[in-house]
Design a protein around this ligand. Structure first.
Ligand SMILES: Nc1nc2c(ncn2[C@@H]2O[C@H](COP(=O)(O)OP(=O)(O)OP(=O)(O)O)[C@@H](O)[C@H]2O)c(=O)[nH]1
Ligand SMILES: [Mg+2]
Length: 291
């Protein structure tokens, strides 16, 4: 019998860019969720499994909460709602720079454990913390307020301990050391998307979808991976490719290096750029791209 073993879902929600994916990666000690300084980087609900001696915590990273303006954002918001309905515990993550509330979201939480997680405390003076927590007390109910710096890995042990105080008892849902439920293809596509998010400005990151077309293991040769990068306009395709293909080559190189690091083996990576006009507004395309 696994007496006293704890297992449950902990959903990380909040506005874009507050550091949700960074927290997931730091808790797991492996980068499985892509991160960038631009908002709306995450488009999926991503499971990260943290195994301990007497617990298994199933973290769900989610897209940042925004008022949807196009179909893709609607689908992203649906993932936040799905993560909330799955959750045994909800971490509402904010940054310390302004007061953030999401009434429509918080109203769905009902009486489940709800933590206010204040991230990026490495960027403010310590004296500002208590007044900040106090101002949240006037806005909504929370069971715990936990200041952290995900980036500097400050406060993460305390966060895990507090989670364990509320996590239900139960057997582990997943075998040990599984980390996530996504396949290698998913992570490869996400790594390429992150490099595009980081490299290009303006609307390009938001107009880009990445699909792994082929992933073949070859005898005595590196794995062959073929990736299609979809953008919404010809002009964006030109920018992604760059003069003499230089930009795309660079994206290919840094993507391949991180993919090899992630998989722990060498790969051959082919990148192709295609145009799908206004795909972000089309439910069928969004579904086809896996969002
Ligand atoms: N200084 C500081 N920066 C942080 C911290 N945590 C995250 N960041 C930075 O904040 C930016 C956004 O981080 P993400 O983890 O991508 O944020 P997110 O909430 O997942 O964003 P979306 O996926 O767009 O909703 C990145 O540049 C991170 O390096 C922190 O504790 N301190
Ligand atoms: Mg994210």
């Amino acid at each position: 019998m696994m007496n006293g073993f704890k297992c449950g879902y902990v959903s990380i929600i909040g506005k874009p860019n507050v550091g949700k994916s960074t927290l997931l990666n730091k808790l797991l000690k492996k980068k499985i969720a892509i991160v960038s300084h631009k908002p709306q980087t995450t488009r999926h609900k991503i499971l990260g499994i943290l195994d301990g001696e007497s617990y298994q915590i199933l973290f769900l990273d989610t897209p940042g909460i925004v008022n949807p303006k196009y179909k893709l954002q609607e689908s992203m918001l649906n993932k936040v709602h799905a993560a909330i309905s799955d959750a045994d515990i909800i971490l509402f993550m904010v940054d310390p720079f302004n007061i953030q509330t999401e009434k429509s979201i918080i109203s769905k939480v009902e009486n489940r454990p709800f933590f206010l997680v204040i991230n990026k405390i490495d960027l403010i003076e310590k004296e500002k913390l208590l007044p900040l927590i106090d101002s949240y007390k006037d806005i909504f109910r929370f069971d715990e307020a936990i200041p952290i710096s995900a980036l500097k890995e400050d406060g993460l042990d305390l966060l895990t301990e507090s989670i364990l105080n509320y996590l239900p008892e139960g057997k582990p849902f997943y075998p040990e050391n599984q980390l996530s439920e996504r396949d290698e293809r998913f992570f490869v596509g996400e790594i390429v998307r992150e490099k595009i998010f980081k490299r290009y400005g303006e609307e390009i990151p938001y107009s880009t979808a990445v699909v792994v077309d082929e992933f073949t293991e070859r005898k005595d040769k590196k794995d062959y991976i073929s990736v299609k990068i979809f953008v919404e306009r010809d002009s964006q395709k030109k920018i992604i490719i760059g003069k003499d293909g230089d930009s795309l080559k660079e994206v290919g190189k840094i993507s391949r290096e991180e993919i090899e690091d992630f998989l722990g083996r060498k790969v051959y990576l082919d990148l192709w750029v295609k145009v799908r006009k206004n795909w972000r507004k089309k439910p069928q395309e969004i579904e086809r791209f896996g969002y």
